[in-house]
Design a protein around this ligand. Structure first.
Ligand code: ZN
Length: 138
């Protein structure tokens, strides 16, 4: 009885691994093998075929090299990308947009600013740019 049970478990596990090898999702595997999704996850994790989702609360967001698209959920966009490589949505952050506006505004009016305060305005914009750059990841 005990042996039979163990054998069944081994069979179940190998079936799960086999289906995973075919590229099926955990949900599909769960349905086909007749177990719950969590069991599939546990088996895959045990055999190193599934990475449990990690909560990234402790890691700094600045370490991320890619950006997630809020529209199509694509995660392979380069960090500096302005538009999603999958669906073309605008994926700039508010900080990115603000930086662009700031630069555009300065470029548009820098010739009009009197020389006496031009340097100060320029420094203010440069400081603001730096500030946004350092804080936009938070
Ligand atoms: Zn997208």
């Amino acid at each position: 009885m005990n042996t039979k049970c163990k054998l069944d478990l081994a069979e179940r596990d190998s079936k799960i691994i086999e289906l995973r090898g075919e590229g099926k999702t955990s949900t599909e595997i769960a349905k086909e093998v007749g177990v719950c999704g969590q069991t599939v996850m546990n088996v895959l994790t045990r055999y190193g075929l599934h990475e449990p989702k990690k909560l990234n609360k402790t890691s700094k967001p600045s370490k991320q090299k890619t950006k997630r698209c809020p529209t199509c959920k694509a995660t392979n966009n380069p960090k500096e990308a302005k538009f999603c490589c999958m669906c073309g949505s605008d994926i700039r952050s508010e900080a990115d947009i603000l930086l662009e506006r700031l630069n555009k505004a300065y470029k548009a009016c820098c010739d009009l600013i009197p020389g006496s305060i031009n340097e100060e305005v320029r420094n203010t914009i440069l400081d603001a740019t730096k500030f946004i750059e350092t804080h936009k990841e938070i």
